[in-house]
Design a protein around this ligand. Sequence first.
Ligand SMILES: [Zn+2]
Length: 170
Amino acid sequence: MKEECPLCGAESELHFVPYKIPFFGEIMITTAVCSSCGYHTTDVMVLTEKKRTRSEMVISSTDDLNAIVIRSPFGTIEIPELYVSVEPKRGDAFISTVEGVLNRVEGVVKMLARDVEGTAKKRAETVLEQIARIKAGKASMTLIIDDPTGNSAVIPNKLFFSKDSFTKGI
Ligand SMILES: [Zn+2]
């Protein structure tokens, strides 16, 4: 399917990838890639009607870091142990792993740590140390995704990639 690129106006290619995830329902992942300017955007939509969801998972081993995080443009990600809250942003849906989310957070905190002084710098450094310990499986954290549209979730890797999940290949 073709759609007009919001950046340059050229015709861009749209891909629809349906998944069926046990206990979660059917979701549709839409990716639009513009071949002229490189712009790309991802959207996640749950096909089954959903109410507000609050999905959470305790991450306490390196294996848990591979859990799949699905975030719709309306999902807020919270990691209370790291004082982190990632607010939703229009058009910023993604599918990643817990480790991928941690890497994003680490990048932002590293940038902040460069620009601040004193106690704020200390706190940023403490958070970075905590992230390193979580990545090494030596500390735990809770990943919470709250979504008023019910289109976000954190799902254990084994469940996401179980045989029945794919109704169609990518
Ligand atoms: Zn374009």
